[in-house]
Design a binder for this molecule. Structure first.
Ligand SMILES: [Zn+2]
Ligand SMILES: [Zn+2]
Length: 261
């Protein structure tokens, strides 16, 4: 008789909790697990195997920072199915947020710098004026423009990650994806943002968006146990609704203004 079987009833008991009835068997090690020991997301692994199965290079502290970043981006492209099923969806917000901000901050700096040069050129205000006074004025102006662009870019990234994660969590629930909580969605969006730094490059910007959506769809599909099509709907339906609302209110505003004249 197995030590994990209840002697009286023959009901299999949890390997960790001998007093609790098992709700499943681990696909990897064969151990019985109770509800509390089952892996999140409805996967058929015990907690221990689940923890060992999870991996994202960014959170592997045995690697250097640069390697952690590039390994994460590389595996999300070259080994996407494995990346999607192994991505740890628990473990807090800090690590994924740092991962997402790194390329975005870089891009923000570039956008801000372009903004400074562009506005400088538009106003015919040379950034490198000859007089001392002109120097100071254009420098202050340049710094102000830079800070504004930078703050706007950073703010929109943070707003996107926090708000969109909430929208997708609700959408995932509506479409019947299992166990994808706010934290899970936030982490997915962050880890699908590795290429975001390239959005400033024309044409490639569109590919970055496609990459972001594809990675998000793969992870939601693999870990929420839904088809790729359902995962696409989880993202697409709220995106279309939001787009329609924005366009609608914009048009309404436009025609209201027009009818006043
Ligand atoms: Zn196991
Ligand atoms: Zn247990």
């Amino acid at each position: 008789m197995s030590t994990t079987d209840n002697a009286a009833t023959g009901v299999p008991m949890c390997a960790e909790h001998p007093t609790r009835a098992a709700v499943g068997t681990c696909e990897r090690c064969g151990a019985f697990f109770c509800g509390a020991c089952a892996s999140p997301g409805g996967l058929s692994f015990c907690k221990n195997c689940e923890a060992r199965r999870r991996y994202v290079a960014w959170e592997d502290m045995s690697l250097g920072r640069g390697q952690r970043f590039f390994d994460t981006v590389r595996s999300s492209i070259t080994e996407l199915p494995r990346f999607a099923s192994e991505l740890p969806l628990q473990g807090g917000f800090r690590a994924p947020l740092t991962f997402a901000l790194l390329p975005n901050l870089l891009a923000s700096v570039i956008v801000a710098a372009i903004g400074v040069l562009f506005i400088g050129a538009m106003m015919h205000a040379p950034l490198f004026a000859t007089s001392k006074q002109g120097d100071a004025v254009s420098l202050i102006g340049a710094v102000a423009v830079f800070v504004t662009y930078f703050a706007t870019a950073l703010g929109s990234v943070l707003a996107y990650l926090t708000v969109w994660a909430g929208v997708l969590t609700g959408s995932a629930r509506v479409f019947g994806a299992e166990g994808l909580r706010y934290e899970s969605m936030f982490r997915i969006l962050c880890y699908a943002s590795g290429l975001n730094g390239l959005y400033v490059v024309p044409v490639i910007g569109t590919l970055v968006l496609v990459y972001h959506v594809v990675v998000t769809v793969f992870v939601i599909s693999a870990q929420g146990r839904v088809s790729a099509l359902t995962a696409l709907a989880i993202i697409g339906v709220p995106a279309v609704l939001l787009g329609t609302c924005c366009c609608g209110s914009y048009l309404l505003f436009f025609f209201t203004m027009l009818s006043r004249h």
